[in-house]
Design a protein around this ligand. Structure first.
Ligand SMILES: CCCCC/C=C\C/C=C\C/C=C\C/C=C\CCCC(=O)SCCNC(=O)CCNC(=O)[C@H](O)C(C)(C)COP(=O)(O)OP(=O)(O)OC[C@H]1O[C@@H](n2cnc3c(N)ncnc32)[C@H](O)[C@@H]1OP(=O)(O)O
Length: 217
């Protein structure tokens, strides 16, 4: 690790045999990466937004390759395992600090399931200024995983997930996503979800999550 990199926070993690692939008891943090990690994540998202829509000159591409290579060298020196990275564990940040996900803020997560405000960005473009269908499925998988987790108080994996695309999902618009466990049958958690732009239904989801057995990957 380079001198400038923050030390990983190992203190909060409950070590020992984990309950499944997602380590249900891994640390949930608000400090890894420091107070400006959210700002850093937002810069990365903006980079991806700009890359999606830019048509750089060959000269600018030359320049950007050098700049990005420098940034990548710094980040590569700060790499760590997934369980100790801020990305995915910073619950104070949009999408747990995971820049791979469309950014969302959870409004509630309880016995009723999960509700979040979520925004697809320019880099989630499918076509004609609408969100990519695969990205919509990503959003449902993430928030469906939350609904399953609270329903079974454990960790699960998606066995299947189907999406009905009902109307165009806009970019750069705060959307409302709701997921809930509709039925539980042993290890099987049947989850449903909706994605709205105000009153307009954009997409619906039905998924099956399977509770992982102890030690199951
Ligand atoms: C830090 C968070 C803070 C805030 C949130 C707070 C709480 C949240 C906490 C944690 C959650 C965090 C994040 C979650 C976010 C996102 C979750 C994303 C999840 C994924 O993105 S995950 C990747 C994609 N996913 C896979 O990579 C799975 C590949 N796959 C397998 O790993 C196996 O396939 C598995 C494990 C699914 C099952 O395998 P298995 O051996 O354990 O079980 P088995 O096969 O016996 O099935 C048991 C019963 O399910 C039935 N069944 C199975 N599959 C079925 C199907 N497709 N259709 C219909 N029925 C099916 C059987 O028929 C049997 O039914 P029955 O018991 O009645 O006979």
């Amino acid at each position: 690790m380079s001198d400038g990199a923050a030390s990983p926070d190992l203190s909060a993690e409950v070590e020992g045999p984990h309950e499944g692939g997602f380590r249900a008891r891994a640390a949930i943090t608000t400090e890894r990466g420091g107070p400006r990690y959210g700002e850093f994540s937002e810069q990365v998202r903006t980079l991806m937004d700009n890359v999606r829509y830019a048509c750089p000159t060959p000269e600018l591409v030359d320049e950007l390759i050098d700049t990005l290579a420098e940034i990548n060298d710094k980040l590569a020196a700060a790499r760590i395992d997934e369980w100790h990275s801020p990305s995915g564990t910073r619950i104070d940040l949009p999408a747990r600090g995971n820049i791979n996900l469309p950014p969302f803020d959870v409004t509630y997560l309880n016995d009723d399931g999960a509700f979040a405000t979520l925004t697809f960005r320019d880099f989630h473009l499918g076509g004609n200024n609408a969100a990519h269908g695969g990205q919509i499925a990503v959003a449902f998988d993430e928030l469906g995983g939350y609904a399953s987790a609270v329903a079974i108080q454990g960790v699960s994996r998606t066995a299947y997930l189907t999406v009905q695309y009902r109307s165009i999902t806009p970019l750069n618009t705060p959307l409302q996503i709701r997921t809930w466990a509709d039925r539980i049958d042993g290890r099987k958690v049947y989850v449903k979800g909706t994605l709205h732009d105000g009153d307009r239904l954009c997409a619906e989801m039905e998924a099956l999550f399977i509770k992982l057995n102890p030690g199951q990957r």
